[in-house]
Design a protein around this ligand. Structure first.
Ligand code: NAD
Ligand code: UGA
Length: 455
């Protein structure tokens, strides 16, 4: 039985390895992490992350061919293939602070692999990394004296949170990059073989290792760029009485553009878009490509401007002051179907509203715990409510910041009755029935559309 190890049991490592274990029962799959609490949670009935369908996959495989452990050294020694899926956040210190990727976890992992390996191994870059990271990894891994050969392969992950299990089960493509040498080709073939257990061969792409590394940054940059593009147009819609949903439909029917990822919103969030674009910007600057760097940086700036514009619109509508007013924030997760609040636009909106001295009552079906941690220490009045009706009671306004389906089904008549009048709804996701809310009595402010008011 072959043993696969994944170092890093996070949003990527956990679900990815669970699906590999389910689809490849003849492999033993170990998932290791330095965070003992996280590993305990993976071993328990309360998984450390929420993903639809994940519990079932983990329950099927855990203890059969899927094991979670903190024994990194022992696991390295047993594994033939080692995926590395540790976090690669934006550097907060020194050269490149605020843009470059912080590769300290990656490098530490490489050194651990070197230290505890007695036999040849394939090391797979699963984390998102700057292009040419594999070169540095190879140098570290070749610095040993034990005569062990390591082949570094790039296999970036394209799953989105909230749909991770589905994305892993039916990926648009799997990308595997390797060196054009005999051992490089053999290593790529071994990883292709793994995915071929369930992914059709024509969806498994092989490429040079550098193309593979760069494709991951490029994919996230292109996706985020679409959102910033439609969001930039939403600002113009609000000034001209054009409707951004109608514009998105009209342009999306052009097959060269396509209808996906054109939902105007309060902004994009998540742990990766901003970090990966800034990483791309840093790389461009490093290679002397100032124009290219400035082009991509604007995608992030546009996103921040959209978040700030959302707050200014709230202020403007609410007679230029929210001081002392209760505002119910519906949704803190950066998108629906996840408890993840990393870089969530809701957090920036909350901080800005608190600066304006609003009194916030925040609610979310899955993300309250993470939000509580992220907002700890922020000055101002904030209460956390599991029940959206309680959050809304006595509020002047609702700010809908995550596209949870349950927010479309709330009894807005009941909510309106319990609110201070005039009552406002700011729909940061354009998912609610605006006409109906207006008919109930709300003053409705969607993104990129004319407001529906009674004032
Ligand atoms: P995460 O923070 O959820 O998980 C990373 C884990 O690595 C943590 O549990 C941490 O304790 C562990 N770790 C760090 N250093 C370690 C070490 N030396 N030994 C063992 N464990 C260590 O991060 P994530 O969201 O899973 O992202 C991981 C990588 O995948 C990042 O590079 C990210 O850009 C990329 N990615 C993320 C997503 C996503 O949706 N979250 C999607 C595609 C790619
Ligand atoms: C994104 C990519 O979609 C994945 O392919 C990639 O693997 C991942 O980043 C990563 O590298 O981490 P994720 O951030 O989990 O996945 O979620 P998305 O569905 O891409 O949404 C990102 C943000 O954009 C969310 O805040 C979402 O609400 C927002 N969004 C998305 C919009 O505002 N409008 C849209 O039309 C689509």
């Amino acid at each position: 039985m072959k043993t696969i190890l994944c170092i890093g049991a996070g949003y990527v490592g956990g679900p990815t390895m669970a699906v590999i274990a389910r689809r490849c029962p003849e492999y033993r799959v170990l998932v290791a992490d330095i965070d003992a609490e996280r590993i305990r949670a993976w071993q328990s009935d309360r998984l450390p992350i929420y993903e639809p369908g994940l519990e079932e996959v983990v329950r099927t495989c855990r203890g059969r061919n899927l094991f979670f452990t903190t024994d990194i050294a022992g696991s390295i020694a047993q594994a033939e293939i080692i995926f590395v899926s540790v976090n690669t956040p934006t550097k907060t210190y020194g050269e490149g602070a605020g843009k470059a990727a912080d590769l300290q976890h990656w490098e530490r992992t490489a050194r651990q692999i070197l230290e505890h390996s007695q036999a040849d191994k394939i090391v797979v870059e699963k984390s998102t990394l700057p292009v040419r990271t594999a070169e540095a990894m190879e140098r570290i891994l070749r610095s040993g004296s034990a005569g062990v050969h390591f082949e570094v392969v790039s296999n970036p992950e394209f799953l989105a949170e909230g749909s991770a299990v589905r994305d892993l089960e039916e990926p648009d493509r799997v990308l595997i990059g390797g060196r054009d040498t005999e051992s490089g080709r053999r290593a790529v073939a071994a990883i292709v073989e793994l995915y071929a257990h369930w992914v059709p061969r024509e969806r498994i792409l092989t490429a040079s290792i550098w193309s593979s590394e760069l494709s991951k940054l490029a994919a996230n940059a292109m996706l985020a760029q679409r959102i910033s593009s439609i969001n930039s147009l939403s600002a113009l819609c609000e000034r001209t009485e054009a409707d951004v949903t109608e514009v998105a439909r009209a342009i999306g029917m052009d097959r060269r553009i396509g209808p996906w990822f054109l939902n105007a919103s309060v902004g994009f969030g998540g742990s990766c878009f901003k970090k990966d674009i800034l990483n791309l910007v840093y790389l461009c600057e490093y290679y002397g490509l100032a124009d290219v760097a400035a082009y991509w940086e604007q995608v992030v700036k546009m996103n921040e401007a959209q978040e700030d514009r959302f707050v200014r619109r709230m202020l403007g509508a609410m007679f230029n002051t929210v001081a002392g007013k209760r505002i119910a924030v519906l949704g803190l997760a950066f998108k629906a179907d996840t408890g993840d609040t990393r870089e969530s636009p809701a957090l920036r909106v909350c901080r800005r509203l608190l600066e304006e001295r609003a009194e916030l009552a925040v609610t979310d079906p899955r993300a309250l715990e993470n939000a509580r941690r992220e907002l700890a220490g922020v000055a101002g009045s904030i209460s956390f409510e599991a029940d959206p009706y309680r959050a809304a009671a006595g509020a002047h306004a609702l700010a809908v910041l995550t596209e949870w389906a349950e927010y479309e089904r709330l009894d807005y008549g009941r909510i309106f009755a319990d609110m201070v009048k005039p009552a406002f709804v700011f729909d940061g996701r354009n998912r609610l029935d605006h006409q109906r809310l207006h008919a109930i009595g709300f003053n409705v402010y969607p993104v990129g559309k004319r407001p529906l008011t009674h004032l």
